[in-house]
Design a binder for this molecule. Structure first.
Ligand SMILES: [Zn+2]
Length: 280
């Protein structure tokens, strides 16, 4: 056995300069450096520790819906700057930059597609765009999707990757989306619809406090951060030590807030199974 200080494993852990950009990826779960291709083959899940990392809205659509079945709705809805918001930089400029960077018009992508040959209405929020926060476009896109699902009697799947809650840059216009999406879901429910809400890392703030929690069935990916206010804020407010694992999927399953933890590779089959089980 070699006593050389640099073992093969060390080389894997510390990629040297000169390794092509993007070949390796550091896992936020276990801090190991893993081969990007290997993680992608596992749908963006760490082969070492099962950490489920970020996937884009586009990738999520490819993972959950049958190949080539997605038809996008409301693609022409684009955000405006209703309150002329400026902090360090104008909201308008930030929007343009986010759109350029992510190639999305806003944080939600909505439409219809097939899950193992079952037609569904499908929406996903992307945490790369303003932390997936809900402004007026996200709210409006979701409501139009819910209403169309009601009219066409389709099961509804919303995958949330919204760590930013409501988008503060649109003030009250963002806040009212909580009531708006919830009201649309109540009408969908009264019409007998089946809503499967899928919570992914992170789902926080006003998104967690509105549509994301209103599923007939609520799934969550393993170890996702799900909650309303962040743990630091809560700790500072109520001044008690928070329990271990607070605001993780596992903690919330134990306390009845979610129905099932579903690993990414099983998500498609579990959605299909729930649809069949509910007779939709
Ligand atoms: Zn890992």
């Amino acid at each position: 056995m070699s006593t050389d200080a640099t073992t093969w494993r060390d080389v894997i852990k510390r990629p040297k300069r000169g390794v092509p950009e993007g070949l390796w990826k550091r896992c936020p779960g276990c801090q190991q450096t893993v081969f990007r291709k290997e993680a992608e083959k596992r749908l963006g899940v760490c082969p070492e520790c099962d950490y489920h990392w970020y996937v884009s809205a586009q990738t999520r659509i490819e993972q959950v819906l049958d190949e080539g079945t997605f038809e996008q709705w409301c693609a022409d809805l684009t955000p405006t700057d209703p309150i002329g918001f400026v902090d360090k930089r104008p909201y308008r400029d930030k929007l343009a930059k986010e759109q350029e960077r992510t190639k999305l018009t806003d944080a939600a992508v909505v439409g219809a597609g097939m899950v193992r040959a079952r037609r569904v209405a499908f929406a996903v929020t992307d945490s790369a765009f303003f932390m997936g926060s809900m402004g007026s476009v996200v709210g409006e896109k979701l409501v139009r999707t819910i209403e169309r699902a009601t009219d066409e009697d389709l099961p509804l799947i919303i995958v949330s990757g919204s760590g930013g809650g409501e988008r503060m840059h649109e003030g009250m216009f963002s806040l009212m989306q909580m009531a708006k999406t919830s009201a649309a879901l109540a009408r969908y429910d009264a019409a007998g619809g089946l809503f499967i809400s899928v919570l992914t890392n992170p789902t926080m703030g006003g998104v967690a406090a509105s549509f994301a929690s209103l599923g007939d069935v609520v799934f969550a990916e393993p170890k996702a951060l799900i909650g309303f206010a962040g743990p630091r804020t809560i700790k500072a407010t109520i001044r008690i030590e928070l329990p271990k694992g607070f605001q993780t999927s596992e903690f919330l399953l134990e306390h009845g807030f979610i129905d099932r933890i579903v690993r990414r590779k099983d998500l498609k089959s579990e959605i299909a199974r729930a649809i069949d089980y509910c007779g939709k």
